[in-house]
Write a protein that binds this ligand. Sequence first.
Ligand code: SAM
Length: 314
Amino acid sequence: MRIDILTLFPGMCEAVLSESILKRARGAGLVDIRCRDIRPYTRDKHHRVDDSPYGGGYGLVMQAQPVYDCFCALRDECGAKPHLIYLSPAGQTLTQQRVRELAHMEHIALLCGHYEGMDQRVLDEIVDEEISIGDYVLTGGELPALVVADSITRMLPGVLAADEAFEKESHYASLLEYPQYTKPPVWRDRAVPEILLGGHHEKIEQWQRQQMLRRTLERRPDLLEKADLSVQDVLYLYTFPQSASLPFLYDKLADGCEAFVRTQKKVSPTSLQRKLKADYALCVRLLDTMQSRGIVSAHEKGKPRIVLAQEPAE
Ligand code: SAM
């Protein structure tokens, strides 16, 4: 993949690109990141690239001409138009989902603004997308462009030790990562959770999954709505009182329950309770929901026998 950064401060970008994982990825040819200085493209005899805003106001605005010529030079050199992203606090906020999509593109260019921003006409002429890295304002687009380039690069095959390395990371699956620990096992009287020292992979995986769920519930419950949650995941979340205020969690549970009920000839609150290892009252509520969805035909609260409305799937 190729990424071009169009900037008035290429040195600022190169400083970051020449360190650590980005440096290694570039050196190994896994990504081709180049910085292109906009200033040499100005036709102003004093090499100016900005001017005062029409209509008055503070600061300076980057002029259309040098930016346009810089972009055209890149496009002509490559023989094709790269997907051009303007970094802007007024753009769509960057998400891991968008990073994943961008990582599939062959060639993107990142356009960095400076001063008070850029003449709108050049943005209208060449920009495909505007991206913000958050609801705050920085002095220039270089740091945001590096954020975009970094987040994309680490998704490219071969950049991290294993592709799965990012699958359990925060935001990949709309969940936050579990806490991480390294040696020593005890530091300032704080011990690493016992389970991580036991070497029981299944138990460790379950602990990590539960930590992810719990952290997301505590810190970013909004993320859970898009997360792919199993019935076990939701039942675990239900052990925390704040889950009760998230109606979409119940819907996810009901969906999982529906999938199970469809495979049964008969189902009762007790059999559901056995299957889910869940609270009896919750199972009664779930069967009420199944009835309202037309999945079960009759359901008397507390009675053991439920008749299905539909033929169970083979
Ligand atoms: N006057 C502009 C406004 O109010 O939207 C802010 C201009 S800012 C000082 C200069 C440049 O920094 C912008 O053109 C943009 O390229 C970049 N920038 C600043 N904050 C950003 C953010 N949160 N996300 C992406 N780019 C940002």
